[in-house]
Design a protein around this ligand. Sequence first.
Ligand code: ADP
Length: 275
Amino acid sequence: MSAAGKESKRVLMVGLLCQDILNLVDHYPTEDEDVRCVNQFWQKGGNAANSACVLSSLGETTEYLGTVSSRAEGSSALKELQTFGVLTEHVVYSDCPIPTSCVIINTQTGSRTIIHGTRNMAELTAEDFSSLDLTRYRWIHFEGRNTVEVCKMMEIVEDFNKKVLFVSKEYAESCGFASAKETVKKLLQRVKKGCTVLCAWGDQGADGITPEGTHYHCQAFPPEKVVDTLGAGDTFNAAVIWGLCRGTGLEGALTMGCRIAGQKCGQFGYKNLHS
Ligand code: ADP
């Protein structure tokens, strides 16, 4: 509690903070080609950290939780997160190089090709998580990594975890599903009762289904020119959470997710996204 005795409940995003090294190219290189990029920059990355920035930009009191490199490059990524207003007081430091992703962005199409390096960074544990005061949070989102520990964390907050499930296109395809609609309809049969299921599908937009089986589709909102789709899914998740926290209902939250993710695809990075 603050000195005033009131603190708005936070959204907590649990997962990765990493360094992204973006290489912007005017065509996708062929193997063994020696190319010069048209631009190169560093920005913080990681699904949870990206979504935290978007939520904070939308005005939500947002905290990020994960393991963070205590080395110089780690504190620079953490500072970048903080410039978005994201709270970080519970992060766990580790003396390890920061996980790094090298990204090729083809400026003709906005496609992002990613090579991840975890660099042996320790994962957050359920024990780290258990020290939080859960009454401070209105929503807790877990990035699906280190599943053994994440499952233990979800058990700690079972009331939160069974309400909404975000499924990625990659996971859906690995299950043999061919569309977002098929994914949400089939997965609803498999998840716990009372769960809403959502799935984003790139430029096809996204679908969602309520626990009662009402299905919604929202088309993508293509920007004038797609320049950077890195983190489109993170942006979608954040905007959906934002909508659901405000009582928009599933249909409104899907529209919010696709609209803001579309804005993001038309620009580099996550600044100035707005509802
Ligand atoms: P990621 O690959 O980052 O997980 P997705 O491809 O699942 O992200 O896209 C998430 C959301 O971003 C989509 O539901 C859509 O609203 C938006 N989106 C992604 N690609 C495009 C695009 N080319 N044009 C417009 N919107 C897009």
